[in-house]
Design a protein around this ligand. Sequence first.
Ligand code: HEM
Length: 477
Amino acid sequence: MIEGVSAPEMVTLKGVTALKTFADFYGDPVGCVEKMYACHGPVIALNAPLLKPSGVPQSYLFVGPEFNKKILLNQEHFRPTGAWPTPGKEGTPLQNLRRNILCMRGAEHDAHLAAILPLTGKSQVRSFFDGAKAITAEEVSAWPIGETVEITHLARRLTQRLALELLFGSDSADESLEFGELVDEFHQNSWSRGALSFRVDAPLTPYAKLMRSAEALETYAKEWTAAEQRCPAHNNVRAAAANVALANGETVSLTQAAANVAAIAMAAYETTALTLSWMLFLLTQHPEATKALIAELEGAGSLSSLDADGIEKLPLLDGAVKETMRLVTPVPVIGFEVMEDCKIDDIALHRGARIFISPHLTHRLESVYEHPRRFMPERWASIKPSAYEYLPFNAGPRRCPGIWFASANLKIALATIVERFRFDLAPNTKIDRGYAATTIAKNGVPMIFSPRDACYERSACAGDIMRFFDLSETVHA
Ligand code: HEM
């Protein structure tokens, strides 16, 4: 806290208001935290005795860089809740898959993370540069011209191949897409509101669909991981996950290794695919920014002549990636379980309570970003927010290990697409926000690719996503 500035007061929502807020959060977490912050300020407690009759507020939202820092540095008391919300019975594939690196803590987490870090560091990612360019060129060259395509689908196919072939040692596009489809199905089913609210494994229920997709994924992930079990850990993520050195000297079980392989795969491709889709969407809304980006890329020569250093040196390309993740933050809300009674400032938190921070809200603070609702890739040439002010990849000891891999691949993908095509939204597009641990477009992002030209104009778009932005553009000289 800044000296002389008092801590923000906590507002506690109770009774019907708290219940209604819980329901809103369940339906639309991002819309709900926006409303909570606008109405009640940066520290809000929800106390709904009907849901947990302890009388103690059991959920909290903390907004802003200082709270982000306090919470993210306090690993002792807070455990991330993970990416797959619907629980299963102990020992089921569903529950096995949910118990993965994303929600581990302490020595167990450190051991699993240490195993994959050597594969995702900056220098290792540079060695993937040519492979990433080749996979991207192959995928993008198959994108049709003049037809309406669902860009998130194409982006997901691309990022599954990038992650699974380069990081996980998959042999072929077919193998990558087969595993990717199983992970994707499990991820979608995990976020089905039906499965979450009616957890009965009876024929035709969403929960049964989730259980079957968990069984199929676990079986495949175990076989796929076992195939690399005898290989050196530095070969790829599968080998690393299967050879984790646990603190007690034991070897990791295949069930645990497979759960990590599935979770890391999802963490790697899904976030990157959504960022690529939102980035193209934002460019369709900002023709001036797109033209400036094209000019920068043309000035740098063809993509095939660019190496890993060259692509790093393009400020608007870098800015487009960063600005997209600032404005449509892939993981907009991060939740934690309180593991022991503790305090944040003077606020007592009880064991079992849930706390949330919001990178989405932090990225829109006027105190940190000028014109926070505008898309301004050029701003990144002159700003350097702290790790707790800009945190699309989380921050602190649990910062995402995929930061270098994702950033490099997003730049390669955008440069490849811009070099080849003009892209517009399909006529009559309406984009509404959805949520599945990540910010998604409920019905996708329909786009049309044309042969490349410089005639960019803003594509018309309706839907609630438009409330996220102020479309005013800086005019580039
Ligand atoms: C644009 C792309 C990406 C974004 C925005 C992103 C964002 C994040 C965020 C916010 C978290 C914290 C989640 C939480 O605690 O609930 C996280 C964790 C993680 N991410 Fe990423 N990620 C991206 C790409 C990747 C890639 C390419 C990999 C591949 C290795 C990856 C692997 C992981 C892992 C293993 C964790 C868990 C780390 C831990 O708990 O210590 N991510 N990521």
